[in-house]
Design a protein around this ligand. Structure first.
Ligand SMILES: O=C(O)CCC(=O)C(=O)O
Length: 325
């Protein structure tokens, strides 16, 4: 079997300093670049009549995936599950990598700050590239840490190997065709996840509520653990329909979230669902899709996942810190 880019032995052999400067450079490219306003948005009311589309999550086997299927699903229902996009060997390797990254990130600050590790070595410009600098980075780390998440760019060797891994799976090509231009990523919203139980029930949100809606986006969410439904590990709760607007935050925890009451009371004319995911499935959705980490009282297992938000290279939300691909 050929060596896996994302396996521990490949990562251990990487040049950490060079990966670190490459990730820094990928962010630096955008430091003074603003998104263009002239590009047409992919999501607009003209593309599909929502009343003609059944509210459900469309699914496709990886072998049958095409940009047309992705486009139709996103336009009609806001999301697409691709079954079996990644192999068992790949998801097992990625799970081990996430454990290593979390172990490094959880080291006492004195040790963490000196690490030059494939699993933790944040690029030197990570704070300076954020509008609120150190304050913003510290707040983000705290917010992520509370749910068991860490930005992939904090581990540049992992981030670089993930980019290669995505490329090998044809994801860059697929995204370029879908977005109509080269994709970039988001430093803030490219995260490695190992869920922390119990899950906070108040997490309904559309990412467009804080990213803005004048963007073209696609999130690739990769579960690395069997999760969702009745599996005992948290998947995602979703409102399975295309939305065109940001829902009200009235009664919600944050000004970018949506209250559970609002969702359960039928505000979206459909009940939420919690699909079952197998490790290696891919869940694509955009910034208007309403979702949260699945919430129940009886979870028994942690769940690993990777979330990667992509944008068009000219239609990105500046404050999400675009990363050149
Ligand atoms: O992994 C999760 O449970 C949450 C993911 C999420 O909110 C997202 O991908 O936007």
């Amino acid at each position: 079997m050929s060596q896996l880019q994302v396996a521990i032995n490949s990562l251990d052999a990487r040049d950490v300093a060079s990966d670190r400067s490459r990730i820094a450079q990928r962010m630096e490219v955008f430091r003074d670049v603003l998104p263009t306003k002239s590009r047409p948005l992919l999501v607009n009311r003209g593309t599909t009549d929502p009343t003609s589309v059944e509210p459900r999550i469309p699914e496709v086997e990886n072998a049958d995936l095409s940009v047309d299927i992705l486009r139709a699903a996103l336009a009609g229902q806001g999301a697409l599950i691709v079954r079996g996009m990644f192999s068992k060997a790949e998801t097992e390797a990625l799970t081990k990598v996430i454990d290593r990254v979390m172990d490094c990130a959880n080291e006492p600050k004195k040790i963490r700050d000196t690490l030059v590790s494939p699993y933790f070595c944040p690029p030197e410009n990570l704070a300076s590239i954020m509008p609120e600098k150190q304050l913003e980075l510290a707040a983000l780390r705290m917010f992520n840490g509370a749910s068991g998440a860490i930005m992939a760019v904090e581990a540049p060797s992992v981030a670089e190997s993930l980019l290669q891994f995505y490329d090998q799976h044809g994801i860059r090509q697929l995204l370029a065709e879908y977005l109509g231009e080269a994709p970039c990523l988001s430093a803030k919203k490219w995260v490695l996840r190992r869920s922390q139980l119990p899950i906070n029930a108040s997490g309904w949100h559309q990412d467009g509520a804080f990213m803005g809606t004048d963007i073209n986006s696609l999130n690739l969410w990769i579960p690395l653990t069997e999760c969702g439904g009745e599996t005992g590990a948290p998947g995602m709760d979703v409102v399975p329909r295309r939305l065109y607007d940001i829902a009200t935050a009235e009664g919600a925890t944050f000004d970018w979230s949506v209250s559970d009451d609002h969702v359960q009371q039928g505000a979206f004319a459909v009940q939420p669902v919690a699909p079952v995911f197998q490790p290696g499935d891919a869940f694509f959705f955009d910034h208007l899709y309403l979702h949260r980490t699945q919430s129940r009282d009886d979870f028994t297992r942690d769940r690993y996942a990777i979330e990667t938000w992509f944008f068009g290279e000219t239609t990105f939300p500046k404050d999400q810190i675009p990363v050149k691909w």
